[in-house]
Ligand binder design. Structure first.
Ligand SMILES: NC(=O)c1ccc[n+]([C@@H]2O[C@H](COP(=O)([O-])OP(=O)(O)OC[C@H]3O[C@@H](n4cnc5c(N)ncnc54)[C@H](OP(=O)(O)O)[C@@H]3O)[C@@H](O)[C@H]2O)c1
Length: 315
């Protein structure tokens, strides 16, 4: 029980809340109730205290039912967990943000989130019956809403106590600057893709300079075969008696980045959290940076015409 819990450190947000450095990603984990209950039980058993979900993942309800069960049988307590969810792009009007977070809380069976994020800066047309509405050319049906308006909705949600902290995801530095300039409550987090093929040095630096913590999604590059077999990574892994995913996660946490790898296998849950007993040297860190080729695994190109599409500029 709790094999690694004592070794799992946290970092502080600018608002004083602390977030465990490693969390469990849950994208694509929609199988069924029993699978989710088993994964969450295993995750908590081996030391995870931080769970990352989103309205669009359509698994909030099964996560919520699993958690309710675990709270009831005292496997864990609400106050010991850090739970994140995200406002989907069809809820970007200021008034819709609170509605979106109330839906997520209801799905999850919770009174509050530890962290609520704007999932993407892009606003999509609401009321179409689709969460990813497309036109006849397969381009997104957009709404003309700026990130600043949506951020005001996040501030409303924070004041209502729906989330203990608020942040963003997939924002570039220009979008963050606009939000920082026009906000009363600053975003504490930007969650975005980073791994050895997409090092994101400038965006990480920008966030850290502005007291915004970075959460890495796809931290092991979706277990891409090329990445898993990169000679630099396999050599460093062998030298440290670790696996390539452990080296990738360690490289991120040594850059002061929080990681949320996804797996539904108990063995890999243990493998991915067992990264606090070794240290990469400066030379090894530099060698891994050299693998960068600005390669994204996640890029919603159907939204390139959206006024807030984030990847038109380098960072
Ligand atoms: N904010 C956003 O827009 C955004 C976008 C994408 C993702 N996310 C979040 O970030 C989380 C992580 O990203 P991700 O799930 O896309 O990618 P990821 O965590 O980099 O990779 C997940 C894949 O790697 C496999 N895997 C996990 N551990 C492994 C290990 N030790 N060895 C070999 N394979 C391993 C998993 O398979 P098995 O399950 O079979 O082990 C799964 O196929 C998501 O789950 C989600 O919570 C956020």
């Amino acid at each position: 029980m709790f094999a690694y819990a004592a070794m799992t450190p946290s970092v502080e947000f600018v608002n004083g809340m602390s977030i465990p450095i490693i969390g469990l990603g849950t994208y694509d984990m929609t199988d069924d109730q029993s699978v989710m209950s088993r994964v969450l039980t295993d995750a908590i058993d081996v030391g995870y205290r931080h769970i990352d979900t989103a309205y669009i993942y359509q698994n909030e309800e099964i996560i919520g039912r699993s958690l309710t069960q675990m709270f009831a049988n005292n496997t864990t307590k609400r106050k010991d967990l850090f739970i994140t969810s995200k406002v989907w792009s069809t809820f970007h009007k200021r008034s819709a943000v609170v509605e979106a977070l109330k839906l997520s809380l209801n799905n999850l069976g919770l009174d509050y989130l530890d962290l609520a994020l704007i999932h993407w800066p892009i606003a999509l047309k609401s009321g179409t019956g689709y969460l990813w509405p497309l036109d006849e050319n397969n381009m997104t049906l957009d709404e003309n809403i700026s990130v600043v308006e949506t951020w005001k909705g996040m501030e409303d949600a924070y004041r209502l106590g729906l989330a203990k902290s608020i942040g963003v995801s997939n924002f570039n530095s220009e979008q963050l600057s606009r939000v920082l300039k026009h906000s009363f409550i600053k975003p504490v987090v930007n969650q975005f893709e980073t791994h050895p093929y997409l090092s994101q040095e400038k965006l990480v630096q920008f966030c850290h300079n502005n007291s915004i913590q970075v959460i890495a999604y796809c931290p092991i590059g979706k277990a891409d075969k090329g990445l898993l077999n990169e000679p630099i990574l396999t050599t460093i892994a062998a030298k440290n008696n670790k696996t390539v995913p452990q080296v990738m996660l360690r490289w991120l946490i040594q850059r002061d980045i929080i990681v949320i790898p996804k797996t539904s296998k108990r063995q890999r849950l243990m493998e991915n959290i067992n990264i606090f007993d070794f240290q990469l040297t400066d030379e090894e860190m530099t060698e891994i940076f050299k693998l960068n080729k600005n390669q994204r695994f996640i890029n919603p190109t159907e939204a390139v015409n959206n006024r807030e599409y984030p990847f038109h500029i380098p960072y």
